[in-house]
Design a protein around this ligand. Structure first.
Ligand code: KG4
Ligand code: ZN
Length: 358
């Protein structure tokens, strides 16, 4: 990389020559997200969701996802530039999701990001998708201060993490089987609520009677901060088989399931806050959009004199803004990728390091 004469000094903390502006590219699953984040904050953000295409199959089809990212990436980048009235010459770096995620989908974004950065002679940086999620609340006007406890609840992850600063992550607990979002999706499927399951189940639960069924709160009666959600899905299946599955029963099961997930997460978050002595909770990832989860967590935090922070609704699920933000932090510290391309479909968050000037 050294042979390239980067417009790179701009991202060195000690030699700021021009305002730092980073293009962020997210393509780890079924959303193509593009954003521009700079010293003025977030200046543009575009998203294309493949949901309609995958709905026909009841879930994400990896090969279709990769092909669609290839089709959408460049047009969305052009649109993002046009929205912000900037061009490639204004950029100082490209950030992209390097993992975890679907390998083909990741490679689509990585190839475009790395090629553009090479052509534009600017550095690029691979971002951890879950670091993007957990830093997403930083994009809000009222952002949390470090240290905080982060609850990451997405389709692939349910984790409690102690965050001391950007890049310093200590795993406190995680799901031993299904992630919370996965449990939402599978339960929605067995209730025949369609895809994507989480929002569909949440909508259905609004009409549910909270008193008709009571689901267990898994792993809450023993110490520790790990989770297990696969039993709740089985509980929903058994309940649906023991009752006539009409619309009201669906709603009642959905409500009981949602309450059980929200309560379980709140019990573990409370434990994590008490254990760490931290009074700031950050909740991020697709399931953080869930209204019942938010109200349950807010209530728990009030009782503890703690405060909960969430991303705005559209940044709970996958988006380019969180990748641009996380990449900006790392580029600002002088980090950048070597020339070889690497996707990391599996990548533990705890392997990340605090950004350091290279
Ligand atoms: O973070 P995300 O967009 O993708 C991953 O990184 O996995 O999260 C997607 C997950 C899906 O499982 C989806 O059903 C769930 O988030 N989700 C929700 C809601 N919105 C999205 N779950 C419950 N309630 C919601 N409102
Ligand atoms: Zn995600």
């Amino acid at each position: 990389m050294r042979s390239l004469n980067y417009r790179y000094s701009c991202v060195n903390k000690n030699m700021t020559k021009q305002p730092l502006l980073v293009l962020g590219i997210e393509s780890s699953c079924d959303e193509t997200g593009i954003a521009l984040f700079g010293e003025q904050g977030l200046i543009a953000d575009t998203l294309y969701s493949q949901v309609k295409m995958h709905a026909e199959y009841g879930g994400v089809v990896p090969e279709l996802a990769s092909r669609d990212h290839v089709r959408k990436l460049l047009p969305l980048i052009k649109q993002c530039f046009a929205d912000a009235n900037v061009s490639a010459k204004d950029l100082s770096g490209v950030a992209y999701t390097a993992g975890p995620g679907l390998v083909g989908a990741l490679f689509a974004g990585i190839s475009v990001a790395r090629s553009l950065a090479y052509g534009w002679r600017i550095p690029s940086i691979g971002v951890h998708h879950m670091e993007g999620h957990l830093l997403a609340p930083m994009l809000e006007e009222k952002a949390p201060n470090f240290p905080f406890v982060a609850l990451l609840v997405s389709g692939g992850h349910t984790q409690l993490i102690k965050v001391s600063q950007v890049g310093r992550y200590e795993l406190l607990g995680e799901s031993l089987d299904d992630a919370a979002g996965e449990a939402f999706d599978k339960t929605a499927k067995l209730l025949e609520l369609g895809y994507p399951g989480g929002p569909a189940l949440a909508k259905c639960a609004e009409q549910g009677d909270p008193k008709r069924f009571t689901f267990p709160r898994p792993m809450t009666n023993r110490p520790g901060l790990d989770f297990s959600f696969s039993g709740l899905k089985t509980f929903a299946l058994t309940t649906s088989q023991q009752n006539t599955l009409d619309q009201q029963t669906r709603a009642d099961i959905a409500r009981a399931f949602e309450d059980a997930v929200a309560d379980t997460l709140a019990i573990k978050c409370k434990r994590a806050l008490k254990q760490t002595g931290i009074n700031t909770l950050v909740v991020a990832g697709g399931v953080s959009a869930n209204k019942r989860l938010r109200s349950t967590l807010n209530e728990m935090c009030e009782g503890l004199n703690a405060q909960a922070f969430y991303p705005r609704h559209e940044f709970c699920t996958d988006n380019g803004a969180m990748i641009a933000y996380a990449g900006y932090q790392r580029l600002l510290a002088g980090e950048h990728d070597p020339l070889h391309i690497k996707a990391r479909p599996r990548w533990p968050l705890s392997e990340l390091k605090t950004p350091q000037s290279s």
